[in-house]
Design a protein around this ligand. Sequence first.
Ligand SMILES: *Cc1c(COP(=O)(O)O)cnc(C)c1O
Length: 362
Amino acid sequence: MKVKDQLIGLTPYQPGKPIEEVQRELGLEKIVKLASNENPFGCSEKAKEAIKESLDELALYPDGYARNIREKLANFLGVKENQLIFGNGSDELIDILCTALLSPSKNTVMAHPSFSQYSHNAIIQGAELRMVDNINGEHDLEGMLNAIDDQTAIVWVCSPNNPTGTYINEEKLINFIKRVPEHVLIVIDEAYKEYVVAEDYPDTISLLNEYPNLLVLRTFSKAYGLAALRVGYGIGHPNLIQALDPARGPFNTSRIAQAAVCAAVDDQEFIQKCVKANREGLEQFYQFCEEYGLSYFPSQANFILIDFKRSGQEVFDYLLHKGFIVRSGTALGYPTAVRITVGSYEQNAELIETLKEMLSVN
Ligand SMILES: *Cc1c(COP(=O)(O)O)cnc(C)c1O
């Protein structure tokens, strides 16, 4: 038996440490996880109700076409039903895109540091990676354009970018899209779109008719607080969606997830509340950073990357022993930083107090 060469030495995705594991290892009672950009307020109560109502149908396969969420979202977004593709999280859509478009003779262009799954899945398909270093935490769009050639199959744009939280404004994005050759698929990962408040954030859906080589990715795992259920979606030109669909598993979103998502879309009041609390939470962190002279990237997402000018792993370990799970910047390409998910007001305040103690000691 022999796995593909490219799988040898490739490590699986390194998620934020699970709460249970830290509890077991450190014997701590209270643990706050601000590591995976999950919603600290959970999800809509309406989504939970919808799940209860779906429990009598567990013996039945879900609708593979996901007609209920398809209709719901097409309406909500103002697109046609055949412009949507659903995935078991947008992670699965990234996998589907790589399966459908990449092979050893192709290359794929992405920003670095950015979301790790673009490179991970591209490596599995044997494609050449072309990573273009960020400038000041932002995509170097000019550099990315220069990296594109005849063999480029996908260019990945993450906005707001994980792990920096920076975004690409409308003018810059449109100028970029215009200059990407037609044979290249442009993927715009908008996993944190709901949290964005910047007025010049682009309405990418309005560009889909003009640019059939554009695919927008979104998810229910972040602001909607449904990470456990694994639902993400892509929005694109009907021809593109039709071309990708055979690479999708037949029942890749569950019945329970479909029921919850339908109800969650209807509860925009919940999202608005979370977005407001998130902005207030970011302000707590900004204020702390200003007070202590720490640099950070202004964030349009629900996390902040703070540069502590010392080993991010050390900061991570310190916080872990105090009961806070964050993400060390070491694995994210910013070794002197940590990425912190914005929590509730109290969680942020407690974490900031702990950080102040750490900085006062050394
Ligand atoms: C969290 C995240 C995803 C994955 O979300 P799922 O839908 O849970 O798979 C995709 N892209 C980015 C940038 C993310 O941060």
